[in-house]
Write a protein of this length. Structure first.
Length: 268
């Protein structure tokens, strides 16, 4: 079971949690930080090698949370063109393609191995999707996607894996392929999510930015930071709010507070 609420207030921490975060101020050395940046692609590739297609559950919630993915056709044969930026092994892509026959999807990922898994999926069809490897911080999306051609871009649990200094490059890249008047749909880790509070000392890379044991990194967003990031690249804010969920594991009697940021930003 789980309950969910949305709003503009961040999670309130207990005094113990505040103290733990206050104590954890030592940053990972600059040498190791540069190494993590250099080896980011390798670390994600190894993640998919270890976990294959089994780590993430298929995301059947996306059409419930984002009405833009439920095609409101003006004409019976109207297509919706989407770009899934950071598609992983297709946990969001394939449920969408199954649910709506009128969707054509571009999809890309940083990890060549993840892209291979997508192409080997029995649901993969070149008539319905074009999947390619891409580092969104430096590879031009226009090499694979026409300018101003995409109705919806999904950016779901992707931006958090990118160094904060480079996030604006991703948004700039996406802007070029999005049609005017259309949206980026965003969901990612929010400030004080359970995962952030669980990091051990020695994992901190910067403010709200941490490294996991496998070398992959995670940033935890505030509403203000995300808003400024998108607006600086010319987007208009439609919705930007925290989603707080309490996931309950009844067998173990555990209550886990999850915090995400869920947003829509429009290209004027």
């Amino acid at each position: 079971g789980a309950f969910q609420k949305k709003g503009h207030s961040a999670l309130v921490l207990s005094p113990e949690e505040v103290e733990k975060l206050a104590k954890d101020q030592v940053l990972v050395s600059e040498f190791k930080q540069l190494k993590l940046e250099k080896e980011a692609q390798k670390n994600w590739d190894l993640f998919y090698k270890r976990n294959s297609t089994n780590f993430f559950k298929d995301r059947h919630w996306t059409t419930r949370e984002f009405q833009e993915l439920k095609v409101c056709h003006e004409f019976a044969d109207q297509k919706l063109t989407i770009l899934e930026a950071g598609c992983g092994v297709g946990n969001c892509l394939f449920p969408l393609l199954q649910e709506d026959k009128n969707i054509f999807a571009y999809a890309c990922d940083f990890s060549p191995r993840a892209v291979d898994y997508v192409k080997k999926n029995p649901l993969y069809s070149t008539e319905r999707c074009k999947v390619f490897q891409c580092d969104l911080t430096k590879d031009d999306l226009l090499d694979n996607v026409p300018a101003d051609s995409v109705d919806v871009v999904t950016l779901i649990f992707v931006l958090s894996a990118i160094h904060p200094d480079k996030m604006h490059l991703v948004l700039r890249n996406i802007y070029k392929v999005l049609k005017p008047g259309k949206c980026v749909l965003f969901r990612d880790y929010g400030l004080y999510d359970h995962a952030m509070l669980r990091f051990k000392s020695g994992s901190k890379l910067g403010e709200n930015f941490y490294v996991r044991q496998d070398g992959t990194r995670s940033y935890f967003f505030t509403e203000e930071f995300l808003s400024q990031l998108f607006k600086a690249e010319g987007y208009e804010q439609v919705v930007n709010e925290y989603v707080q969920r309490e996931t309950v594991n009844r067998k173990e009697d555990l209550r886990v507070p999850r915090v995400f940021l869920q947003s829509k930003f429009q290209k004027p």
